[in-house]
Ligand binder design. Structure first.
Ligand code: AMP
Length: 193
């Protein structure tokens, strides 16, 4: 089983590249942002609680997203691999994910970290806000709060996995196809195609 974390700040292209990667490699795509938006669309209790955090640009509590990921792993016992997108976002989430995977005799294979300058991130997110249905992309204050949460709580997740020699950094600026090729090369170096 190949387990990839596609890591990076909001607006770094994780969602776009995840779609291309799962099409190529046939893994299950687990995006906690997408799972939370589904809960909100269904007006579930969990969705209602999560929306209050998302609308302020804050992270949703760890136990909520860890529970969702645990259920998704259990629901896909025969997966050939998972692509984690937007998770883990705190060190506690990273530790919980390691434990969940260890319980299935597996582990994180690789962390690919997309690097994009701050001004490019803000420009991309505001631009996405013009057309997307995501309310958290439309307000520059919320965007800046999300980036602050990333720096304060999420950036250290890369350090956590770097201790195990699992992180490769990728420049996330340029054409979508060029970035995709860089990601694929790193994956194939770990997992011969
Ligand atoms: P995303 O679609 O990944 O940008 O996530 C949108 C929002 O959902 C984030 O700004 C957080 O409020 C929340 N969220 C998504 N994934 C997580 C996570 N792993 N931990 C905490 N909050 C999350």
């Amino acid at each position: 089983m190949f387990n990839l974390i596609l890591f990076g700040p909001p607006g770094s292209g994780k969602g776009t590249q995840s779609e291309k990667l799962i099409e190529k490699f046939g893994w299950i795509h687990l995006s906690t942002g997408d799972l939370l938006r589904k809960e909100i669309a269904n007006a579930s209790q969990l969705g209602l609680e999560a929306k209050a955090f998302i609308d302020k640009g804050q992270l949703v509590p760890d136990e909520v997203v860890i529970g969702m990921i645990g259920s998704a792993l259990d629901a896909n016992p025969n997966a050939k691999g998972f692509l984690f997108d937007g998770f883990p976002r705190t060190e506690a989430q990273a530790e919980a994910l390691d434990n969940l995977l260890a319980g299935k005799g597996s582990e994180i294979s690789l962390v690919l970290a997309l690097e994009v300058s701050e001004e490019e991130l803000v420009a991309r997110l505001l631009n996405r806000g013009l057309t997307s249905s995501r309310s958290d992309d439309r307000d520059e204050n919320v965007i800046r709060k999300r980036l602050q949460e990333y720096h304060n709580k999420t950036a250290i997740v890369a350090d956590y996995y770097a201790k195990f020699g699992k992180v490769a950094k990728i420049k996330g600026e340029g054409s979508i196809d060029d970035i995709f090729r860089l990601l694929v090369a790193k994956i194939e170096a770990k997992q011969p195609a």
